[in-house]
Design a protein around this ligand. Structure first.
Ligand SMILES: Nc1ncnc2c1ncn2[C@@H]1O[C@H](COP(=O)(O)OP(=O)(O)OP(=O)(O)O)[C@@H](O)[C@H]1O
Length: 248
């Protein structure tokens, strides 16, 4: 398998402050090992606080693991990002509130040597009609579409998406997944965290399930759907079995 992302025994512990008696720590990730091949579409699932965003931040080089090794296309996440191999949609931040949508896209496009045309990106993220709107005036779903537009600009080999459709209405979500399908067809590797299990069911080849920082399932979506009536049912069953087999 040609590997896009490789994690070996990755753990992340946050110091969450001190109580009167002891320092508090949160084990956000606990000994996570996985490989994602080029061209795979992988859903990252887990309850609030399970460690999904922490894992994504580590894959993007935004935070470093407390222990373990991470490689993206055989180099450090930071190198892969600097090499414009990775596009990301994060849950919040990353936008300048005073800039207009089109100006934001043009600004980021100017940092790439060979960006997609701004018009194409505006249209693919369904932003053409509101291109003159300031970011601060955009709704949550519109800002998320702008993050998506920015992620498309460099035609990245890997797209890492943290709850990419959060705040989008059903039409915007459908449009978003159609665009993702196009990205998948051109061979991009896609990893997305979501709470919308139907989206994972419809779009992902493989599901990773985190529970309190542990990878408790890493399995093809088709295999889960043979065993359970839906990902929803698989998710609730597996979450009740903390010692379930991660090779599944
Ligand atoms: N910077 C931080 N400092 C302290 N604790 C943190 C920090 N970032 C995350 N955590 C804790 O680590 C755990 C995992 O958080 P994370 O954001 O990765 O979860 P998540 O699965 O993305 O959750 P959600 O679905 O709510 O977005 C949580 O208990 C969270 O409170």
């Amino acid at each position: 398998m040609d590997t896009a992302i490789s994690l070996l025994r990755v753990s992340k512990c946050f110091r969450a402050g001190k109580t009167r008696h002891k320092k508090q720590q949160t084990q956000a990730l606990d000994n996570v090992t996985l490989k994602i091949g080029r061209g795979e579409i992988v859903a990252l699932l887990g309850a609030n606080g399970a460690g999904k965003s922490t894992l994504i931040d580590i894959m993007l080089g935004l935070t470093t693991p407390t222990s373990g090794q991470v490689e993206v296309f055989g180099v450090s996440p930071r190198e892969a990002v600097l090499d414009t191999k990775v596009g990301a949609v994060l849950q919040n931040g990353g936008l300048l509130p005073d800039l207009k949508i089109q100006d934001t896209i043009e600004l980021i496009a100017s940092t790439y040597s060979n960006p997609l045309p701004v018009e194409e990106v505006l249209s693919r993220a369904n932003l053409s009609e509101i291109r003159k709107r300031k970011v601060q005036a955009c709704s949550g779903g519109e800002q998320q579409r702008l993050r998506f537009a920015l992620a498309l600009l460099g035609s990245p080999e890997l797209l890492i998406l943290d709850e990419p459709t959060a705040g989008m209405d059903p039409t915007a979500r459908r449009h978003f997944w159609e665009q993702m399908q196009r990205e998948a067809e051109r061979g991009a590797t896609i990893l997305f965290a979501t709470h919308y299990l139907r989206e994972a069911e419809q779009f992902a080849h493989r599901a990773l399930l985190l529970n309190h920082g542990e990878l408790v399932a890493d399995t093809p979506v088709a295999a889960l759907l043979r065993e359970y009536s839906s990902l929803d049912q698989a998710f609730s069953t597996l979450m009740k079995e903390p010692s379930c087999d991660s090779s599944f």
